[in-house]
Design a protein around this ligand. Structure first.
Ligand code: ARG
Length: 461
């Protein structure tokens, strides 16, 4: 009984350890954990809370751990509960007594709050650079396609002619807002929780302003209970990532449609498509499909974190450890999607001829034909009916409005003259759309100047 009982207890303890541990995933921010400890001990020594000798020993030990983890000389071992315990135990092993003083005036609660913020801040920098690279790729496509005519759609039905530059410009706007959101949240999250302790600060005379400045924050957090239990910034980040994923997914969906046999607007580079194991003719847009598909797990991280937080009383609760795995996954997923999508879109061939003939064959110039009548004094409602009759006639004959003879035009309305052909040509339809934000070349050139300035001044705002 005893033997069995002992064995059972041991096994259960192991299960508890496995369930409770976070080292298997929070090792991801070992750099930030050590960076935080370096700032903490520097501040402790400045305040006379630890001696200068101990500070030097601790700094040496921490830098050694960092170098050994970076080089792979030191590896993570399962017996430690989390990255904080791992680093501290390793430090004590390396430098002895002095190592035991590092955790003075600190709790793992403010430590993990700090580590996660530092990690997110670094990752936001990387995501921002990836969004910027995508914006640059889009801008290049825009500059090369001011005269590439294509149908603009509503309800996925051909509506009015636009240009590829204009269509891509819509995505530029979306990803620009994404960038601005990242910048915006980075400003809001940039306060330092270190020194909040477990929840109620500490009795040591910590200089929180000093450690905050050492770590590049705008200042210390103002309420210690909020400091250790705030995960709003992470929810904002998951929300910003969800929005990026949603934009990438919409764009991917369009690429998938444009790549279909029916559309053939684009030719994907071989490097970004795959074949079928059974159908030799297939070239599938797998990368675009995967980017679209991965959106679900990014949304999952957002919803999961919101749900984890919704019932938590102040201050720290272990539930918060659940903030890590899914958000790490969402961050890595979005970074991967951005990099792959940028590679795919910048190697895609846009088939200008197919796009233009598609715009011509879909009555996208019907509104312009009606506008022509209006400019000749016909009330818009009557013009709408007249052009509707012409569209019916064309559908019957299987031709475009441009293919009707002048007699056919005039049979429906004598207002039509020879200049109707010029008025409804793709070139005219687009060129005359001159208002700010419209597809006309002049308006687009202005937009491109604005976009260039936005990219050059480095801000997302
Ligand atoms: N691994 C923990 C987390 O991620 C660190 C904080 C532990 N604090 C505690 N009071 N058990 O939340």
């Amino acid at each position: 009984m005893k033997l069995w009982g002992g064995r059972f207890t041991k096994e259960e303890n192991q299960l508890v350890h496995n369930f409770n541990e976070s080292l298997s995933f929070d090792q991801k921010f070992y750099r930030q954990d050590i960076e935080g400890s370096i700032a903490h001990v520097t501040m402790l020594a400045k305040q006379g809370i630890v001696s200068e000798e101990d500070r030097e020993a601790i700094l040496g030990g921490l830098r050694g751990i960092l170098a050994d983890l970076d080089s792979g000389k030191l590896t993570f071992t399962k017996e430690h509960e989390d990255i904080h315990s791992f680093v501290e135990a390793n430090l004590i092993q390396r430098i002895g007594e002095a190592g035991k003083r590092l955790h003075t005036g600190r709790s793992r609660n403010d430590q993990v709050a700090l580590d996660m913020k530092l990690y997110c801040r670094d990752e936001i920098g990387e995501i921002d650079a990836l969004v910027k690279a995508l914006l640059e790729a889009l801008l290049e496509i825009m500059e090369n396609n001011l005269d590439t005519y294509m149908p603009g759609f509503t309800h996925l039905q051909k509506a009015q002619p636009v240009t590829l530059a204009h269509h891509i410009g819509a995505y530029f706007e979306m990803f620009f807002r994404d960038r601005s959101r990242l910048h915006d949240m980075k400003k809001r999250m940039n306060t330092c929780p270190l020194g909040a302790g477990a929840l109620a600060g500490t009795t040591y005379p910590l200089d929180r302003e000093y450690s905050s400045a050492l770590l590049g924050f705008d200042g210390p957090t103002q309420n210690s209970m909020d400091s250790v239990s705030d995960r709003d910034y992470l929810i904002e980040l998951m929300s910003a990532l969800s929005m990026i994923a949603m934009h990438l997914s919409r764009f991917s969906e369009e690429i998938i449609i444009w790549n279909s046999n029916e559309y053939r607007f684009v030719e994907l580079d071989d490097a970004y498509s795959t074949g079928s194991s059974i159908m030799p003719q297939k070239k599938n847009p797998d990368i675009a499909e995967l980017v679209r598909g991965k959106t679900g797990r990014v949304y999952g991280a957002l919803i999961s974190l919101l749900t984890t937080m919704k019932g938590l009383p102040l201050a720290y609760n272990k539930d918060m450890q659940e903030d890590k795995e899914l958000s790490f996954d969402a961050i890595d997923t979005v970074k991967g999607c951005l990099a792959l999508f940028t590679g795919m879109i910048s190697t895609t061939t846009f088939r200008k001829d197919v796009m233009e003939s598609s715009a011509k064959s879909g009555f996208t110039n019907a509104t312009d034909a009606a506008d022509y009548l209006v400019s000749h004094g016909v009330p818009f409602r009557d013009a709408h009916t007249i052009v509707g009759q012409l569209v019916l006639l064309c559908l019957d004959k299987g031709i475009a409005l441009d293919d009707l003879s002048l007699e056919e035009f005039r049979a429906v309305s004598p207002v039509f003259g020879e200049d109707i052909y010029e008025a409804i040509s793709m070139e005219t339809c687009v060129k005359r759309r001159i208002t700010t934000g419209a597809p006309g070349q002049d308006a687009m050139k202005q937009a491109i100047q604005v976009y260039k300035r936005r990219l050059a001044d480095g801000s997302g705002d």
